[in-house]
Design a protein around this ligand. Structure first.
Ligand code: SF4
Length: 481
């Protein structure tokens, strides 16, 4: 096939509807390709008009040239970067793909490298928004509860993060205010309104007043979407407050997603872990500290479990511990707290460790899978067992923890942990009380998961299983010593 040379003239001006108008960019790019307009001859603008092409006359039918799916996905992410260069960069790559079909695999290519860098920065910003948006609960104008948060994302990721919050808080109304766009969920419909002015960004305890001002200026969460096009006059703020009832007890659920008590990772750690979490599978790079593990888990996309979890939960304990305890995955409370074994199973584990004479603070406690897998049933998040693919994907993180902590004994709590630690299924009942050699010189011990003990309905069976559990922990600690 002969591909005509690109024309440097005439110049085309593309007017996109918004900073994240990906459909508009795609349509414009198709038409520009049909006219063989060179990348350097295009001016990309955002003026809200959404006129695809201007100045050069738009007579070309959309190009039939097809691009790899990977490029479409990359472009959909890159377009949310704040760089003014992104539209032109993507169009330049698109034009080059027509002649250089394997271009996306050339990591050293400056355009490809820059696009991937933009995509990583966007993914990081999206993750940070999901993990660190701090919701406060207020009474809405109708007396019902609304969760409100202010966040300034590094890139334009509010729409993507809002979709996550909808899954996370399906039955609760919320508003997320950002300088780009504000997202509102009324338990039925997700809607967006223009961004809030960052010059007035709420500080300290100012969020409630700021939110009420925002509502008074034309938006009330819960208001039907059809009315939002022509928002009715809002009641004055004092009147709203006077008529606001206390939140209904039925609506006051658990404290919403709280940021991890650990400090957000530094830029250096983020970059290191980002590289490790994304590229190590094929370039062999590994993380070297537990801080990098923690930062990398927050950004990990090795499987889909990050999508519905509040945050990744990596292990906790001394960087050099004689004994490592590996559970299955964080539960509901661990997901909110960002720490392993802090819920009911953690309390059972603490009790058994104390009975076995094992100081928890001298052990490293972690999980085979770092994100909470669950399904929503009403307001409840119900645990789901991770599948073998998810365990295998997350094993990379556990292996890094093992390599850094170098425990003498690794205790697998339950079948999922054993699958991850040994790389194959083991029958817990048959294999307990044995020292099993692992390739990294550690000894492996298997025992029950504390959740299993909690689930046993019969008091006698529970007491027997608990005694065996304590015995196994004692046995493991004796090996570690
Ligand atoms: S569960 Fe593990 S592999 Fe999957 S996204 Fe989370 S950290 Fe990555």
């Amino acid at each position: 096939m002969t591909i005509p040379d690109l024309q440097a003239e005439p110049q085309a001006i593309v007017r996109l509807a918004s900073e994240t108008d990906f459909p508009g960019w795609r349509e414009a790019a198709r038409r520009l390709r049909a006219r063989h307009v060179a990348p350097e001859a295009v001016i990309w603008t955002v003026d809200g008009a959404g006129n695809l092409l201007d100045a050069a006359g738009d007579t070309g039918a959309p190009s039939t040239f097809t691009v790899p799916r990977a490029f479409v996905e990359l472009a959909g992410t890159v377009i949310r970067h704040r760089s003014d260069e992104r539209f032109a960069l993507l169009y330049r790559i698109l034009c080059r793909l027509e002649r250089e079909t394997g271009l996306l695999a050339v990591k050293a290519d400056p355009d490809v490298r820059k696009a991937h860098g933009f995509a990583r920065a966007v993914a990081q910003a999206e993750h940070q928004m999901k993990a660190f948006t701090d919701f406060k609960r207020f009474a809405g104008a109708d007396g019902g509860e609304v969760q409100v948060a202010w966040f300034e994302p590094a890139h334009r990721v509010t729409e993507a993060a809002a979709a996550f919050f909808v899954r996370r808080f399906a039955n609760r109304r919320f508003s997320v205010l950002t300088p780009d766009v504000c997202a509102h969920w009324d338990t039925r419909e997700l809607s967006f309104t223009p961004g809030a002015d960052p010059a007035d960004a709420p500080r300290e305890d100012g969020l409630e007043d700021y939110w009420r001002s925002y509502c008074a200026a034309g938006f009330r969460p819960g208001q039907p979407a059809r009315d939002r096009r022509n928002p009715p006059e809002a009641r004055p703020i004092p009147q709203q407050i006077a008529h606001a009832e206390a939140p209904s007890p039925a609506m006051v659920g658990r404290t919403p997603s709280a940021p991890s008590p650990r400090a957000p990772p530094s830029g250096r750690l983020v970059r290191a872990a980002q590289r490790a979490s994304r590229d190590a599978s094929y370039d062999g790079q590994a993380v070297t500290t537990l801080e990098e593990v923690h930062a990398g888990v927050q950004m990990c996309r090795r499987c889909d479990l990050y999508r519905d979890a509040t945050q990744g939960v990596s292990g906790e304990g001394p960087a050099r511990a004689r004994m490592m305890l590996v559970g299955e995955q964080p539960g509901d409370q661990e997901d909110l707290a960002g720490r392993p074994f802090v819920g009911p199973a953690g309390q059972m584990l603490d009790k058994a460790l104390a009975a076995a004479g094992v100081p928890r603070d001298q052990t490293y406690v972690t999980n085979a899978v770092k994100h909470f897998k669950h399904e929503l049933r009403g307001k409840k998040r119900i645990h789901k067992t991770p599948n073998a693919g998810e365990v295998t994907a997350c094993r990379w993180w556990l292996e890094n923890e093992r390599r850094i902590v170098r425990p003498r004994v690794i205790v697998s709590l339950g079948a999922t942990a054993a699958l991850s630690v040994f790389g194959k299924p083991l029958a817990i009942g048959k294999m307990r009380q044995q020292a099993l050699q692992l390739p990294d010189q550690a000894q492996g011990v298997v025992t029950y998961h504390p959740s299993y003990l909690l689930r046993l309905p019969d008091a006698d069976a529970k007491a027997k299983a608990y005694a065996l559990f304590v015995e196994d922990l004692k046995f493991a600690w004796s090996l570690a010593a």
